[in-house]
Design a protein. Sequence first.
Length: 424
Amino acid sequence: MSGVEDVDFFTDSAVVANPYSYFDELRAQCPVRAVKHPGVIAVTGYDEAVEVYADSTAFSSCNAVSGPFPGLPVQADGDDISELIEQYRHQLPMSDLLVNLDEPAHHAQRALLRRLLTPSRLKTNEATMWRLADSYIDRFIETGTFEVMSDYAKPFSLLVIADLLGVPEDDREEFGAKLGAEKPAPGVGEDTQAVSNNPLEFLHERFTTYIEERRRRPRADVLTDLANVTYKGGSTPEVDVIVGLATFLFAAGQDTTARLITSAMWILAENPDIQQRLREDRKRIPVFLEETLRFESPTMSDFRLTRVTTTIAGQRIPAGTTVMIHPGAANRDPRKFTDPETFQLDRDNAVEHIAFGRGAHSCPGGPLARTEGRVSIERFLDRMTDIRVSETTHGPAPSRTYEYEPSFILRGLRGLQIDFTPVD
Ligand code: HEM
């Protein structure tokens, strides 16, 4: 890789394969540093990332997902562009999503979400996870090999969210097929093919029907609770707000969690000693998952738009600058995590990673993702011994070949073929 000033982070394939040396070089020069793309600064330091996440006065989330593409349609001018942001935020991509809202709109919708993800709902959802995990493992257990992403992690994490939101059992297979998590079973989804081939459109149409129908004719089910959820003051949200929240849970919770599960399997398969220690002491699974989240953070980049000229780590950040936070870089900051390039099951501060962000927008799905990871690892260890990377697919150690998702938003393997010995 050439010097950091020459690297176009958004397009460079070497960064996709290994962003960490690029992040290290940036951080060594300055944890808050301008990158090649005009008007963008990267935050690679831990304290600095936490500071940006915590300051929703100086930094707007209006571009949290889209970053500089395309950015505001007008040139920012002056040290406070609050009015400009309000004037143009609706022109930015996905502007209605919770993650792109600022206060007070964000607070109101976030409170709605809290009323949906109740402890009792999460408890029932965990019971489904154990059944789901086994139903997917049953499909390949006798073969002694599986591709983690497509045979397990993607369909599993999709159906966990479908269950959380109360999608009726009869519709779930179709959700899997329509949302690209698995190949459709014969006949499944054929009737809706004409409605839409776009996964987000499919979700939007389906949830609009569910919510409108439940508002007309309430039943004793989770979708009825979803349809009747109210704002704090007691008013009822528009159907579109609820549909938007439900749809976004699929978008935010599936790929990220699938990557966590896949990275966890990769670490287990490449490190028989760690696998053995987890087999001997299952109570370590939660800390193993925290260290996995630190070591391979699924979110590669998260953005903010500087609303008011401010200073972070002694660097002046003019209003209008796109700030690009890299949780995976912050999680390997040697000032915070000793010897960050090594995976340490006993790391005492692994849980302080910021893979789930921080502050007002920090991930509300963290507990869910952690439970999905724990349930999956428990069942993999129960039902498989000698979990190892397939040499047929990835080659022998230490010169394996792995392909990473070509994305600057998410970090993770495209696929991971695992071989194992089934437990009788
Ligand atoms: C390992 C898995 C996951 C990772 C690494 C992850 C990461 C993140 C991060 C970094 C943010 C902060 C975005 C920002 O500040 O701009 C976030 C927000 C969010 N996540 Fe997750 N997430 C995961 C799983 C989930 C799951 C399972 C769900 C729900 C089913 C979920 C729902 C959300 C929502 C709704 C937000 C927006 C919150 C807000 O703006 O207030 N996530 N996630």
